[in-house]
Write a protein that binds this ligand. Structure first.
Ligand SMILES: [Mg+2]
Ligand SMILES: [Zn+2]
Length: 207
């Protein structure tokens, strides 16, 4: 199936990876981008690599804030990125919880990480080849979702990442490594790819 024609993408968890973790962020004003994130996304934009945010938002299921609030939060996120010349192709969220939900939000869904549903949906909608893509997050469930979708994965130490790194088994989640920032993770992933460039192409890579 993977004939190399699909697009490459970097999937990003939201809270603790793109923006500062504040425990059930519920207002657009609480959004604060982590250092290097916007520059890194702008660089990926320039390289023609899709950037997609995939986020569990069980605060909706738990009744902490309404689902429409997420749209306001994500509009603000896009605006903060646009202010820095960066853009994400899509922001996918899971508003469900299997046991602690209200009404229709209390359900065993296929989108809640560690399941790969959001990544697979984004891949279908944007012609992304997950086997050539990277998933970055601060929790085990982010990396598990990425690995289940067939992506390479990377942990960042921001958010809950430091705690996660203590017990993480990188080899079980197609893990590239543990990185201080999204920028470091993306650099390592891009370098991995450059190492596959044939020697005869090295002059092209110099410029
Ligand atoms: Mg997170
Ligand atoms: Zn869901």
């Amino acid at each position: 199936m993977d004939d190399g024609q699909g697009k490459r993408a970097v999937f990003l968890d939201r809270d603790g990876t793109v923006n500062v973790e504040v425990h059930y962020l519920s207002q657009p004003e609480q959004l604060e981008l982590l250092p290097t994130v916007s520059e890194t996304i702008a660089r990926l934009n320039a390289l023609g690599i899709e950037v997609v945010v995939v986020t569990n938002q069980a605060g909706v299921a738990r009744g902490y804030f309404p689902e429409h609030r997420l749209h306001a939060i994500h509009d603000r996120l896009q605006q903060l990125l646009a202010d820095e010349g960066a853009r994400v192709t899509g922001i996918y969220y899971c508003p469900h919880h299997p046991s602690a939900g209200l009404g229709r939000y209390k359900t065993v869904c296929e989108c809640r990480k560690p399941l790969p549903g959001m990544l697979q949906q984004a891949a279908r909608e944007h012609d992304i080849d997950c086997s050539r893509s990277l998933m970055i997050g601060d929790r085990d469930s982010d990396l598990q979702a990425g690995a289940a979708a067939g992506c390479t994965t990377a942990l960042v130490r921001t958010g809950y990442g430091q705690e996660t790194s203590a017990t993480l088994k990188l080899d079980q989640v197609r893990g590239l490594g543990v990185f201080t920032t999204v920028e470091d993770a993306v650099k390592a992933w891009l370098a991995l790819d450059q190492n596959k460039v044939l020697p005869s192409d090295s002059s092209l890579a110099e410029e």
